[in-house]
Design a protein around this ligand. Structure first.
Ligand SMILES: NC(=O)c1ccc[n+]([C@@H]2O[C@H](COP(=O)([O-])OP(=O)(O)OC[C@H]3O[C@@H](n4cnc5c(N)ncnc54)[C@H](O)[C@@H]3O)[C@@H](O)[C@H]2O)c1
Length: 376
């Protein structure tokens, strides 16, 4: 498809903090994540989505028409060649995050990038450095921390109700949830890793966010690839375009992380294991004055949070009634607020970089069969 436009001639990119002009956004990637970000931008006041890029010709035309987006391109380079974009949203296979983000930031655009920020800490560092050097906002899309249960628990923890949290457990486990055997997700080159980099990054983010961003000091981990390489465990609900990739990544990762202050986090993530069917994630926190558990079965948004304490000297369990939260919409809104707010140097994606460095250490530990330091 050749829907290339002549590049627009209006003023340069990157709305200034004080600007009352609409923020002009281009969205790259038309899969689940790209469309979630697109909906977020379309719902955010003061934003105009002026361009879309993605390889699926029919979907591109359909989304362009449905949302009246004037400029449609198959390749991200053509979208970035425009000189009228203030911000770019990236939701492509992971190997493209770094080239697209660095090109966008160097071109003066603010960037919202899907998780993981990059395949490795080294790549993530290049993106963060480009945000710093060009004084632009970089935000990583950690939408699950915007869930209602997480937000309510965060407020409870920040009020000191759990005391000092010394032990945390987190998991995301599927019975048969490899997102497309043969797709980019199972290619080491295109994805950078398996469920650890795909799902584990969300659970690391959710847990470290709840804990108040403690430094992760060391990782001791093991990874397995038992079902995927035998063609087992493929998802029937998240089939992806087959690029003919061999199964080159893990299908299970388990890690023991030592945090500053002596606390510990245990992480367990898998796309496919012989267990009860479903797609389940959660966090358990154990503190000196209370505990809490978020248990999400098949993306449920109700009755997922428990808080444990003593009441009148006996064990008690509270089941807060929480809303569903806003996911991508909340992330997009905070991205736009950061741009409008003007303190751009405070929003350069450091949380995404730290998650990538922890994931590097987990893979290194699994490879070397020993506990390793997480690099600063
Ligand atoms: N935050 C979340 O909840 C969430 C959920 C799913 C995926 N993700 C992340 O979002 C990203 C995309 O995942 P997905 O499941 O949507 O993948 P997908 O394979 O469904 O979609 C990828 C999109 O990238 C486009 N693309 C590929 N190469 C391109 C190029 N050269 N130029 C322009 N577009 C190109 C494809 O055409 C496609 O539209 C990944 O980084 C993934 O980790 C996040």
């Amino acid at each position: 498809m050749s829907t290339k436009d002549t590049a627009a001639t209006s003023a340069g990119a990157a709305a200034s903090p004080s600007s009352t002009e609409p923020l002009r956004v281009g969205v790259v990637g038309l899969g689940f994540a790209g469309q979630a970000a697109l909906r977020g931008f379309l719902d955010t006041p003061g934003v105009e989505v002026i361009g879309l890029a993605g390889l699926e010709v029919d979907r591109l035309a359909e989304l362009g028409e449905k949302h009246q987006i004037p400029h449609l391109y198959q390749h991200w380079e053509d979208l970035l060649a425009r000189d009228d974009l203030d911000a770019i949203s990236i939701a492509t296979p992971n190997q493209l995050h770094e080239p697209i983000a660095v090109a966008a930031l160097e071109g003066g655009r603010h960037v919202l990038c899907e998780k993981p920020l990059a395949r490795t800490g080294v790549e993530a560092e290049k993106i963060v450095q480009a945000a710093i050097d060009n004084n632009r906002v970089l935000r990583v899309c950690f939408n699950h921390r915007e869930r209602g249960d997480v937000q309510v628990l965060k407020r409870h923890i920040d009020a000191g109700e759990l005391g000092r949290i010394y032990y945390a457990k987190t998991h995301w486990i599927r019975r048969n949830g490899i997102p497309g055997l043969g797709s980019w997700f199972t290619s080491k080159e295109l994805a950078g890793g398996g469920p650890l980099i795909d799902l584990g990054v969300h659970m690391l983010d959710m847990t470290l966010y709840l804990l108040g961003e403690p430094k992760v000091l060391t990782a001791s981990a093991t990874t397995f690839a038992e079902l995927g390489p035998r063609g087992l465990g493929g998802s029937t609900y998240a089939a992806k375009h087959n690029v003919g990739s061999a199964y080159e990544v893990e299908d299970l990762a388990t890690a023991y992380l030592r945090l500053e202050g002596g606390s510990v986090l245990h992480l367990e993530v898998s796309w496919a294991m012989y267990r009860e069917s479903g797609d389940h994630f959660g966090v358990e926190l154990f503190g000196t004055d209370g505990g809490a558990k978020i248990s999400v079965r098949n993306y449920a948004t109700e009755d997922t949070l428990r808080i444990y304490s003593d009441v009148g000297g006996v064990p008690a369990e509270v089941r807060p009634q929480v809303g569903r939260g806003e996911g991508h919409r909340a992330v997009v809104r905070s991205f736009v607020e950061a741009i409008r707010g003007g303190n751009w140097s405070e929003h350069v994606g450091r949380d995404g970089l730290m998650r990538s460095k922890i994931i590097d250490a987990i893979y290194q530990s699994a490879l070397e069969g020993r506990e390793v330091l997480v690099s600063d």
